[in-house]
Write a protein that binds this ligand. Sequence first.
Ligand SMILES: *Cc1c(COP(=O)(O)O)cnc(C)c1O
Length: 370
Amino acid sequence: MADFSLPFFPPATQREDQRAAVLAAMARVYDAGRYVLGEEVASFEREYAAATGTVYAVGVGNGLEALHLSLRALGVQLGDEVLVPSNTYVATWLAVSHAGATPVPVEPDPATSNLDPNRLAAALTSRTRGIVPVHLYGQPCDMAAIGAFAQAHKLWVVEDNAQAQGATWQAQPTGSFGQLNATSFYPTKNLGALGDGGAITTNDADLAAAVRRLRNYGTTQRYISEVQGYNSRLDELQAAVLRVKLPRLPAWTQQRRQLAAWYHEYLAGIPDLRLPTVAADAEPVWHLYVVHTPRRDELRQQLAVAGIETLVHYPVPPYQQPAYAGLHLPPQPVAEQLAATCLSLPLWPGMTEAMVVRVADEVRRFMQVT
Ligand SMILES: *Cc1c(COP(=O)(O)O)cnc(C)c1O
């Protein structure tokens, strides 16, 4: 057995420095006695909007619902088509389907794994209503090109910012480009709650009001449902926890950037191993550090033997999921190629340079010797 063990997700010891503050925040909610849509959610919404450089944030139940309610607020309906990356997490597609529309895949740029703006035109039809770019792995998409295409074709944009809280494109925060933007506070995200949570950010007062209404049975006034809404509210306890963590996010992001820089340095020059590419205008937040190699499965196995836990994001693209068999979509070779070769290495705030060196040494040994 390995004498070394590096988990993919941060161990409990990494939570110690927040323990007292988080428990105090939870006690505050307990004592206040208001458990749904109280002061904590309202305050977190103000603080998260400010951190994202938007006017409004609306707390919702999770990231999937943040996407779904955004599409609903934009009037998406049956028969509409929405352009989505072919290689995203399935939630992006499910949100489109839940709104009654059809997800239309657009292949990524293989270098960045992000939606390739040059491929949007080929996917456009008279039914296309909008685009959901996903800042995969915390790498911002080319929002200038996507925004220009959307404007030229009168499409809306909803960013899926679940993996990129704190990232910027041309110095503007992701989550502030689209008409509405969705994020997730699932525990493993860069800004994670102690359970499910999500938010929608926007600069549009009417759209903010629309998603506020949709998250709470379609009501603005108690017991009057103006539209057929949903129950998808950010929990008061989760909001209190997120308020403790939000001010710490910039420091965690700095640590992630340092760890990514070390990976770049120590993994450089290994044959058959492709490191992440960062676009010139992007400041990523390294939700994941993803390398590519045709020998992915063997390398993953070797790292496991060496005590290093890795994951694959994602092994099966949405269009190949049984849930989407009914769409009969043609092969998406770029998505397929990326899914077959991608490997996510451990990267979490609190990891040390020595840990990165250890991972890099194991990768180098396997890739060069065998
Ligand atoms: C996590 C994630 C979601 C879904 O968020 P949940 O809060 O788990 O519903 C959507 N899109 C992407 C890209 C994600 O990583």
